[in-house]
Design a protein around this ligand. Structure first.
Ligand SMILES: [Fe+2]
Ligand SMILES: [Fe+2]
Length: 184
């Protein structure tokens, strides 16, 4: 069922990113089972979330152009966000996947967004705590996830905001909106 997608990923991603994608898929499925979401959809979204990660900037700009995607000011300068925007468009138009929940979870896996869906949160979190991740604080995030999806999600957003601001990088408004609407 996933073989054709795994073959496509293998041809588009480097080894490290390919392994990461398999790990995120596995983690997304685990979280979906635990928190009552569609486990197959979570697995596929996890598998595909970084499908444009190794694309050149030119290639991603071509995708934006082809599908009429206009970047806002923060997106223009935050090139790390491009692969999530391009990825969702790629999956929709080249892989012919039309499931909005899946497409949105890929689209917002970098910034999250206001009123994120359960699937958005699952992919956002799975990307943080997949098995190969070993940054400072990852174990605390994993512990938070055992306790509550919302707690882990809020902590991950907070970590992301802290890291970006400490590096004096722009922070997309979607991330602040996501953070502000979590109710714990
Ligand atoms: Fe990503
Ligand atoms: Fe990722």
């Amino acid at each position: 069922m996933y073989e054709e997608y795994i073959e496509i990923l293998k041809s588009r991603l480097n080894e490290k990113r390919f392994e990461h994608s398999l790990n995120v898929a596995k983690k997304a499925r685990e979280i979906a089972v635990r928190y009552g979401a569609d486990e197959n959809k979570a697995y596929l979204a996890g598998l595909l979330h970084d499908i444009c990660k190794n694309d050149s900037e030119e290639k991603m700009l071509q995708i934006f152009d082809k599908f009429g995607i206009i970047l806002d000011n923060v997106q223009v300068v935050s090139k790390k966000l491009w692969h999530s925007i391009a990825g969702a468009a790629y999956i929709e138009h080249f892989l012919n996947i039309s499931d909005k929940e899946l497409l949105d979870s890929v689209r917002y896996h970098t910034t999250s967004r206001e009123n994120a869906t359960l699937m958005d949160k699952i992919i956002y979190i799975a990307d943080f705590v997949s098995d190969e991740r070993n940054f400072d604080g990852v174990d605390e995030l994993r512990q938070a996830l055992d306790e509550s999806l919302e707690l882990c999600y809020k902590n991950a957003l907070s970590m992301s905001i802290n890291v970006l601001s400490s590096e004096q990088c722009p922070i997309h408004a979607d991330t602040f909106k996501a953070y502000n609407c979590v109710t714990l």
